[in-house]
Design a binder for this molecule. Structure first.
Ligand SMILES: [Fe+2]
Length: 165
């Protein structure tokens, strides 16, 4: 039973990444300056890298590794609405969404896998919980007006974007 729970939670978290990638891709179309572009492109990169990190474990459990068009459409539609909001309000809305809906599921994933049974899956689950906490931190930083708000995710990127001062 736990394996089924793990697999469905894993697939759900992966879909969350597809939705997030699509939403930040769409948001890049409405950035207003170089700083906003760096933040949103770094968020996009963070979601893309998370998909790559998760994909071997999805494959191992014979879950679909193609990006469901539905997830992409969901992300585009959600960000069409979000993008109407001013910059800080947009991230406050995202902060609330992540804290209430996404983070609990991402943190649950970790509890559904036994590291002695599958070390790689446990490491990916632990990484994804940290991934989502870092995203939440970036949203909080933007809302509070902290300098260099994307730093918590940039630290975890394997392929960070160049920063032009
Ligand atoms: Fe994500």
């Amino acid at each position: 039973m736990q394996l089924q729970d793990f697999k469905s939670c894993l697939a759900e978290v992966y879909q969350g990444e597809v939705v997030g990638e699509s939403a930040f891709d769409n948001m890049l179309g409405v950035v207003e300056n170089r700083e906003q572009r760096y933040i949103v492109a770094s968020l996009l990169q963070f979601e893309t890298e998370a998909k790559a990190i998760m994909r071997p474990v999805l494959y191992q459990y014979e879950l679909p590794v193609n990006d469901a068009a539905q997830g992409y459409a969901t992300g585009q539609a959600a960000s069409d609405d979000l993008n109407q909001l001013p910059w800080k309000d947009r991230f406050e809305a995202l902060q609330n969404l992540i804290a209430s809906q996404y983070l609990p599921r991402y943190e649950m994933l970790e509890t559904l896998v036994d590291p002695s049974q599958n070390k790689q899956a446990a490491e990916v689950a632990r990484f994804m919980a940290e991934h989502e906490r870092r995203i939440l931190k970036v949203m909080e930083n933007i809302v509070r007006g902290v300098d260099n708000p994307a730093e918590p995710i940039v630290q975890l990127l394997s392929h960070p974007l160049p920063r032009f001062e």
